[in-house]
Design a binder for this molecule. Sequence first.
Ligand SMILES: [Mg+2]
Length: 292
Amino acid sequence: MDKGKVLASSLLSKYKHFIFDCDGVLWLGSQRIPHSVELLRAIEDAGKHCYFLTNTSLVSREEIRLKMNDVLGYDIDADRIFTASSLAGSHVRINMSHKKKALVIGRGLLIKEIQATGIEVIDASQFDNRYEDFTYETKEDMAFEEIDLVVMGYDDRINYYKMALAFYAIQKGAELVSTNADRATNSYGYPELKTLGNGSWVACLESASGKKAFVSGKPNPGIFKIIGDIHHIEREDCLFIGDNLETDILFANRAGVDSLLVLTGVTEPKNMEHLLNREGAGKPTFIANDLS
Ligand SMILES: [Mg+2]
């Protein structure tokens, strides 16, 4: 054990609730990270509780539950799993039930999450091909005055029509909810480069309108309240475990929850000191090499 580091298993007696990030903590892609299942089982055996919080907006809670079965051989109720899409739905259901009509820009899963809240949804994918005849001069019946909520997730069919419709609605008072703030995201076509993330469309609308979006992914501390209220979790009884300083540890710090940084994902032993000393990076309560 290196100086200043702890054994993750030594923290078991200190907390009642353990919220895990997934990628880089439990698995890397489709590879199980050693010691992850053993710690999950030890927490359960001690009569304590595990939850899972991931920033992905493209995969459903059920798909993550199935991946846990496949990769870890570990089964858990889907209601203990939180994704950026499911949290956008929870936020709308809990805090925005008075809304009448939502414009949802994103993939099918996000549309379903918002439809499940009972709010009428305009699925922006019907405008996927509205880019040839629409300009800043166009005046047509866009019904933006009826839209009182705009929800955005990753959409690689984004276009000027969708953005203009969202911006018109926001100027008329619609609120903006986003699944994440990632301005750049992995490009699988060009692995050495990033591509535009959902956060870049959201930043565009924020910049034009001067209004801030509610971001349903980490590091927004508001999502701890959603999870905590659903599962009756008190901050002081909870440990958050993640591999990313800028999302996981910043989230825990902002939410007032203790955190454990593990060095099995984006923060590696060789770049840890550099990342910890970088301006704006959060400091974790504990650091461990892995979940042993
Ligand atoms: Mg991670």
